[in-house]
Ligand binder design. Structure first.
Ligand SMILES: NC(=O)c1ccc[n+]([C@@H]2O[C@H](COP(=O)([O-])OP(=O)(O)OC[C@H]3O[C@@H](n4cnc5c(N)ncnc54)[C@H](O)[C@@H]3O)[C@@H](O)[C@H]2O)c1
Length: 381
């Protein structure tokens, strides 16, 4: 086994996702495990942190024992030491960063949404393709344990014909007026002008989740609301919420599966996980969460009879069993990073490209069109 170092510029990773999921849980975890085995070589990622704030970069680098950081992105891009450019900065800044990195001949990997409009998202995908650089978009939910367990059962035809899906995503994000409960998400999430809003955030995910699990989305019908008009920002200052904080949507796939997804930062949780998805098929059903997948077969399905005058004689939580209980899975972001690194080094397939990422932005845009029209909107191929 020979070791192959690969330099990665990690841009905008002092934020939530960049630090926790991409730097610590993915790149540093891969380094700690001794790299990624790929044929005869072991790929060893070597990160340099880039961003605007030198103090924050220095503190992050020191905390995790990373040697290199810089606020001079142009100088880092001009060198040959780092061949991959990764971006987890805010959505409005993404495309200008990617353009600079593509111009410098770097391979590209980045967070979703890849841009704020479909036209721009498609444009950056085309630029990367024309430049011949490898490219990818984070589509982490595909490697969640709950979803991997579901896909295995789907492929074994446990569910028969899948009829409908009901996804419930969300939790209560404190608006921050009560000092004992500061907001637990960044304030830009609630300002449209800064790239915020739950549709652009979550419908990007629902696009690849539904396309991959239930078939290509062909239609969308959506509604969005800003339930809470005012929140408190990181400086303790009230601000007007200009972005949607809840979305209620239906998607139909090419095989006719009806998928209803509620996404909200204004709901309290009384379900197993922050995201759950009930899938009903002719032969069986599942409740798919981030980590668990609980199933009921046709044979275990009870026969309820409507009678609100008595307590239910059936405990509806009986007759369900957990698929692959207790099994350990890798972090979803890390799994996708490993696939991306193998793609860059050894040409292994990586279908989760910028072009695929653009489809998520497309679905968000068509959801807004549906809201404006008050009608179902076709999602073109
Ligand atoms: N895959 C997922 O599940 C998932 C979840 C949450 C967020 N995200 C995406 O990740 C991105 C970051 O979100 P977050 O929640 O970590 O936000 P955040 O506000 O915590 O972090 C954003 C980071 O970008 C940096 N930044 C902002 N402007 C910059 C600029 N001009 N130059 C360099 N750096 C800049 C900030 O300093 C910060 O480090 C967003 O695009 C978001 O949509 C993805």
């Amino acid at each position: 086994m020979s070791e192959q170092r690969i330099g990665i510029i990690m841009n905008g990773v002092t934020g939530r996702m960049g630090t926790n999921q991409h730097l610590v849980r993915s790149i540093l975890a891969i380094r700690e495990q001794g790299g990624v085995k790929c044929g005869e070589v072991t790929i060893m990622p070597d990160p340099i942190l880039t961003g605007r704030n030198e103090d924050k970069l220095r503190a992050l680098a020191k905390q995790y024992g990373i040697e290199k950081f810089s606020t001079d992105l142009d100088a880092v891009l001009a060198g040959d030491s780092y061949s991959i450019f990764f971006d987890a900065s805010g959505t409005p800044y993404r495309v200008p960063f990617l353009e600079r990195a593509i111009a410098a001949g770097k391979d590209i990997y980045c967070e979703k949404p890849t841009a704020s409009s479909y036209e721009v998202a498609l444009g950056i995908a085309e630029k990367a393709e024309a430049a011949g650089v490898k490219n990818g978009t984070v589509q982490d939910k595909l490697w969640l344990p709950g979803i991997q367990k579901f896909v295995e059962l789907r492929d074994q035809e446990f569910f028969g014909e899948i009829l409908s899906v009901r996804g419930e995503f969300g939790y209560w994000v404190y608006p921050g007026h009560d000092p004992e409960h500061p907001a637990q998400r960044p304030s830009w999430n609630y300002r449209k002008e800064d790239g915020g809003g739950i549709i652009i955030d979550m419908h990007c995910h629902w696009r690849y989740v539904i396309d991959n699990l239930f078939g290509r989305i062909t239609k969308v019908f959506s509604h969005a609301v800003t339930h809470l008009p005012e929140r408190i920002d990181e400086q303790g200052t009230p601000y007007a919420c200009t972005a949607d904080d809840a979305a209620y949507a239906m998607f139909q796939t090419e095989s006719g599966v009806i998928c209803q997804f509620n996404s909200s930062w204004c709901v309290r949780v009384r379900r197993d996980e922050l995201f759950t998805m009930q899938v009903d098929g002719t032969e069986g059903s599942a409740t798919v969460g981030l980590r668990k997948c609980v199933v009921q077969s046709r044979g275990d399905t009870p026969t309820p009879v409507w009678n609100p005058d008595i307590d239910s004689p059936i405990d509806f939580f009986d007759g369900w069993s957990e698929a692959r209980p207790g099994e350990e899975f890798e972090n979803a972001f890390k799994t996708q990073w490993e696939l991306y690194l193998k793609h860059v080094v050894a040409e292994e397939p990586f279908p989760w490209t910028l072009r695929e990422g653009a489809k998520g932005v497309q679905l968000a845009e068509l959801s807004w069109q549906s809201i404006a029209d008050g009608a179902w909107v076709d999602v073109p191929m």
